[in-house]
Design a protein around this ligand. Structure first.
Ligand SMILES: [Zn+2]
Length: 283
């Protein structure tokens, strides 16, 4: 499941192929993904110039010249493929159409953007750009973890009196937008905080320290994604999935990487999701 760094990597990969280009043709091959597509989506996209690509949480937002914004969500298994980019950044032949190619955008610069999603948990929607932040998926979101509104005071305030484990608090999209299971595990490891500790019972200096840690964990992954883009340009044009080294995530029973720590990484299930952590380093 793509998390924020993967989505940001997809956005960065799409930008050179889409920004400033006109959607010459839009193929919408089914009526819905997770939700129905908006009425007349193909017609509303056709002829639009893509003014820019933004990201909010795990949504990619393409602002169009006609005043609408296309929202793209990759869901569980959504993939974006770029082929035929004339700028030479994606030197890929257009692939044969595949079964789960649900939406295909033919750009006037020769690029083709394919949204493929076998499990169909992804989504696309159109909204007025001016009121995009009021969209039902976006209006509920808290601050961006890499933005200025996510800061020490905000996190202290959000955790104040909270009885839920810090793991759930950090996954709460109203507290911080776009943080998912993997990067919460990694941030708590670096912060030395047990995922089971109640959010409201953590000393303020430890909460304060989490802010730069969360930013670092995400920024490092985005950087790894950036390096992966160069490889994907040479490979099959698929964007956004890359190998990244995690300290705890997916490392059950493997040795803790903290120097002189002899413990192994534990896995527990919290609210139906795996938490990976070191019992010695995280208290
Ligand atoms: Zn340890």
């Amino acid at each position: 499941m793509p998390e924020l760094p993967e989505v940001e990597t997809v956005r960065r990969g799409l930008a050179p192929a889409m920004t400033g280009a006109v959607i010459a043709q839009a193929d919408v091959n089914r009526p819905d993904l997770r939700w129905p597509f908006p009425d007349g989506m193909a017609e509303r996209l056709t002829g639009q110039t893509v003014l820019g690509l933004r990201r909010r949480s795990k949504y990619i937002l393409a602002d169009l010249s006609g005043g609408e914004t296309l929202l793209i969500h990759l869901g569980m298994s959504g993939r974006m493929l770029v082929s035929g980019d004339p700028l030479g950044q994606f030197a890929h032949e257009h692939p044969q159409a595949e079964k789960h190619d649900h939406v295909v955008l033919h750009m006037d610069n020769g690029a083709r953007i394919t949204f493929n999603d076998p499990r169909r948990f992804g989504a696309m929607d159109l909204m007025d750009t001016a009121t995009a932040d009021q969209h039902k998926l976006l209006s509920i979101l808290g601050p961006e973890p890499l933005g200025n509104a996510f800061n020490e005071a905000h996190l202290i305030d959000a955790f104040d009196g909270k009885n839920s484990p810090i793991k759930s608090a950090l996954l709460d999209q109203r507290i911080v937008a776009g943080l998912g299971n993997i990067y919460v595990c990694e941030a708590l490891f670096r912060g030395g905080i047990s995922p089971t500790r109640k959010a409201g019972r953590i000393a303020k200096p430890r909460v304060v320290a989490l802010v730069p840690i969360i930013r670092d964990v995400l920024s490092e992954a985005i950087e790894a994604g950036g390096s992966s883009l160069r490889d994907f340009r040479q490979a099959d044009g698929e964007l956004g999935y890359f190998q990244h080294r995690f300290d705890v995530y997916g490392r059950e029973n493997e040795p803790c990487r903290t120097q002189d720590c002899n413990s192994v990484i534990q896995r527990i299930v919290q609210s139906g999701r795996s938490s990976f952590y070191c019992k010695s380093c995280q208290t």
